[in-house]
Design a protein around this ligand. Structure first.
Ligand SMILES: [Zn+2]
Length: 616
């Protein structure tokens, strides 16, 4: 049996199965049950929120042999044929591929003929905004005087591009983006029915990345299942998406509350293992501060859309309004400075340390802690205290930050000469060149900090040693540290190497990792995107890939993305294979160890495969 992707398998077949869009379903349900029907419907909304799904269900409601109703029978020929996508009188057109006027004419020429089997002939035109001007005119003529047996169901992500004349003849429904909470609920349901083990935290993660699109969420879930070899666990999902989850973000905020620098940097180190997008992490931090500030003033205004309402309210009670405002401002400045920083993780850590440095209490509690920071702080104190009230709008919810704080707050710390955290050279030199590929390890800024503060240095070194001893891990390290690939030597055998070295994570990184290089001729790269993953692809990603690749090769290249079954192993498939191999190798090494063998013999023990942990 061939594997059916979840997004298709779980596509709702009736209004009852549909998640969200209650406002649309209620209106449509009433209209159907009272048979007050319009001849043209327009569904708008972003990708993957259910436009064509609702249109298909509507077509079934209109054509069910048991009569027009909001609950089609699912038994009659019409219902079954529509479910299987082979109903003669449901004519589906993807306007993106049929933009020419002849196409529309050909399509509309048949409008006058009665439906061959059903009650109505239903035209479902997806991405209708892509039609040409002439095509719109042809369509408009039919919309002006539609035969009674015809219904038009139009769908678009971009209603602004539709002529007013068309808009005014359609009953318009705006579909909303789905909230993370709704997506998590649904994914849970899917996984339970599929009998797949999961962490709920992993699902919040996927829901965040799907950005309101259920179809994207299901496609990502598919990826997560194959990436996690049949289960959906948080660490695997974090490394798949490259975006840390809300719990991690709130963990950082809690460390700030506790003024616990060691724990703060430890959390960053843990997050960094998954090579996250630190800019995205800062944005999440900003959004959390915003939610906390809101909670301080209007607790009821904080929703549970990210599953974190309880923690947000707790944190809101623990912080002063001034601190939250200050942290927001520092995070914002750090985000702006990030591009200028040689290392994003370093910039991120500096931002967090700055938040601690400018929270007065840390010095009262432990004046010997981080002496340089204290010095900095004292140097800057006149500037800060010259303002009687550094934050003029402590309880304010305004997204625009107070004007008086940014300058004194942002400047002092990051200047190279005055950097408060010394960087011991010996650890850095152990690392191969500072390459931050997705599977590589970044130079240990955190361990440096730890070493500097005299804490946990031994542990960090021990960790490093342990990693270096592991043959599989060493193999991985070589992967991303391998030299750059020149444009002239680029081929499908070293394409993965390029992809691993590009500074790209999240959805776009995901899409590129699922692309195989088909050809590279005359500075044009033709990529083949695995069709199983194609729903995540957006046109603008092509330009992004071109830009990053041009930068990488130091030479302007163009990129074309096609969808098909890749002929050779994609970087994503390769990564997955390596993980599997590493797991197998770790198991073999472990099982072959004399001590382990001895234990197994003495106690007739066996090794539980999945209990084995090995360095990523
Ligand atoms: Zn039926």
């Amino acid at each position: 049996m061939t594997y059916q992707v979840l997004a298709r398998k779980w596509r709702p077949k009736n209004f009852g199965e549909l998640v969200g869009q209650e406002h649309v379903l209620r209106t449509l349900g009433h209209a159907l049950d009272k048979e007050r029907l319009h001849h043209a419907y327009l569904f708008t909304g972003t990708r993957g929120v259910g436009k064509t799904t609702i249109a298909r269900i509507l077509a079934k409601c209109l054509n069910c042999e048991q009569g027009i109703s909001s609950v089609p029978c699912e038994q009659c020929d019409a219902c079954i044929e529509i479910n299987n996508g082979r109903f003669m009188d449901l004519i589906e057109v993807d306007a993106a591929s049929r933009t020419k006027v002849e196409d529309t004419r050909e399509l509309l020429d048949n409008v006058q003929y009665a439906p061959s089997k059903g009650r109505f002939k239903v035209y479902l035109i997806d991405e209708v905004h892509m039609l040409s001007g002439h095509s719109f005119n042809a369509l408009l003529k039919t919309l002006e005087e539609p035969p009674p047996h015809v219904k038009f169901l139009l769908a678009t992500t971009d209603p602004q591009k539709l002529p007013v004349t068309i808009l005014s003849r359609c009953l318009q429904f705006n579909l909303k983006n789905l909230s993370p909470a709704k997506i998590v609920d649904y994914l849970q349901q899917v996984l339970q029915s599929e009998g797949i083990d999961f962490d709920e935290a992993a699902l919040w993660h996927l829901a965040g990345a799907a950005a309101g699109s259920m179809r994207d969420a299901l496609t990502l879930l598919d990826q997560a299942i194959s990436f996690g070899e049949g289960e959906v666990r948080e660490p695997a999902v974090v490394s798949l998406l490259g975006t840390p989850d809300q719990r991690t973000v709130l963990g950082l905020v809690a460390d700030l509350r506790d003024r616990d620098a060691a724990s703060l940097l430890e959390t960053v180190a843990t997050v960094a293992e998954h090579n996250p997008d630190f800019a995205r992490l800062l944005e999440q931090l900003l959004s959390s501060f915003h939610r906390i500030a809101t909670a301080q003033l209007l607790p009821d205004a904080v929703d549970n859309s990210q599953g974190d309402r309880k923690q947000i309210l707790e944190l809101a009670a623990a912080f002063s309004a001034e601190d939250v405002q200050l942290y927001y401002q520092i995070a914002l400045n750090t985000l702006q400075d990030m591009n200028a920083s040689p290392d994003r993780r370093m910039a991120f850590e500096m931002g967090l340390l700055r938040m601690l440095a400018f929270s007065p209490e840390v010095f009262h509690r432990n004046p010997d802690n981080m002496p340089e920071l204290v010095e900095e702080e004292q140097k800057k104190k006149p500037t800060l205290s010259s303002e009687p009230e550094p934050i003029p709008d402590p309880a304010g919810l305004a997204p625009t930050p107070p004007e008086s704080t940014p300058e004194p707050v942002s400047r002092p710390v990051p200047e190279p000469g005055t950097e408060p955290i010394p960087e011991p050279a010996q650890q850095q030199s152990e690392e191969t060149p500072a390459q931050a590929g997705p599977l590589g390890t970044e130079p240990g800024t955190v361990s440096d900090v730890m070493a500097a503060s005299g804490e946990m240095a031994d542990e960090a070194e021990a960790d490093d040693a342990a990693v270096a001893d592991e043959a599989p891990a060493a193999d991985i390290r070589t992967d991303s540290d391998a030299g750059r690939v020149g444009l002239h030597e680029l081929g499908s055998r070293n394409w993965w190497q390029v992809v691993e070295q590009l500074p790209l994570s999240g959805l776009s990184g995901n899409v590129l990792a699922n692309c195989d290089l088909q050809s590279c001729v005359a500075d044009q790269l033709v990529l083949v995107l695995d069709e199983q993953q194609s729903t995540l692809y957006r046109d603008e990603q092509c330009a992004l890939f071109a830009e990053l690749l041009s930068e990488y090769f130091g030479h302007r290249v163009s990129v074309r993305v096609e969808t098909a079954t890749p002929q050779s192993e994609t970087p994503a498939a390769r990564r997955q294979r390596l993980r599997r191999e590493r797991a197998a190798q770790a198991l073999e090494t472990f099982a072959g160890d004399p001590v382990v063998r001895d234990i197994m013999e003495r106690f007739s023990a066996r090794i539980v495969d999945d209990s084995l942990q090995y360095p990523e």
